[in-house]
Design a protein around this ligand. Structure first.
Ligand code: PGA
Length: 257
């Protein structure tokens, strides 16, 4: 069941996969099956190089577009970077920020991620802020304090008026791309904790923020995860690269809406 009017969001994080030509094919396939769904929110986040052609194909559909990263400055001498304004011009609605791969391989700190969150909101892009613990942090009992640091650091300075423009993705690092999924109970424990932090920061608005689960979510395990009271959708990696599995995930979310 959809909870507190939070419409499920199924978002595909394609990571560094699909050329522009391959992206067009995949989008056409996804579109044919789920392009007109309205009771579930659907988004795809292809690489930067495929955004323009994706935007063109998604124009008259209900599928929204997202990017996987951005730089916090609006323009200037930042070779190789892309700004929020540039993404908005390509009809992006969302931007994934603070993904664990960016934290790990590109050394992104909570403070830097926070600059991006603020810049995205100023340009009317909705950040999908990713948080999650590693296996060793979970095993050493630091899980909730890690999540709290990432949440408070990432959302510093974001006011209640912007609360509803934020999406959180809880992605346990040990479950990403590994085939290991958190059990629904393990995920719900963290989602409930994130909900508490959101309510502390945004008051009543915190109950309206969507919290996605990410980490090896696929049609076989999605139903039980989506049944949890604070799981409002999924950020899907591997299973978003095939139209069939991605569409199945949307259909599962729809069946609960
Ligand atoms: P996965 O990736 O579904 O392949 O585990 C999820 C993500 O990293 O966003």
């Amino acid at each position: 069941m959809q909870k507190n009017n939070r419409k499920y969001l199924i978002a595909g994080n394609w990571k560094m996969n699909k050329t522009a030509a391959e992206a067009r094919e995949l989008i056409k396939e996804i579109n044919a099956v789920v392009g007109q769904k309205t009771d579930v929110a659907v988004a795809v986040c292809p690489p930067f190089t495929a955004l323009e052609s994706a935007a063109e194909l998604l124009k008259d559909t209900n599928i929204q577009l997202g990017a996987q990263n951005m730089y916090p400055k609006a323009e200037g001498a930042y070779t190789g970077e892309i700004s929020a304004v540039m993404l908005r011009e390509l009809y992006c609605s969302f931007v994934i920020l603070g993904h664990s791969e960016r934290r790990e391989y590109f050394g992104e700190s909570d403070a830097f991620i926070n600059e991006k969150v603020i810049a995205a909101l100023e340009s009317n892009l909705k950040p999908i802020l990713c948080v999650g613990e590693t296996l060793s942090q979970r095993e050493s009992g630091e899980m909730l304090s890690v999540i709290e640091t990432q949440m408070k650091g990432g959302l510093k300075g974001v006011g209640e008026d912007n609360g509803e423009n934020i999406v959180i993705a809880y992605e346990p690092v040990w479950a990403i791309g590994t085939g290991k999924t958190a059990t629904p109970e393990m995920a719900q424990e963290v989602h409930a904790f994130i909900r508490k932090l959101l309510v502390e920061q945004f008051g009543e608005t915190g109950t309206k923020v969507r919290i996605l689960y990410g980490g090896s979510m696929k049609p076989e395990n999605a139903s039980e995860l989506l049944d949890q009271s604070d799981i409002d959708g999924g950020l899907i990696g591997g299973a978003a690269l095939k139209a069939k599995s991605f569409a199945e995930l949307v259909t599962i979310a729809q069946s609960k809406s």
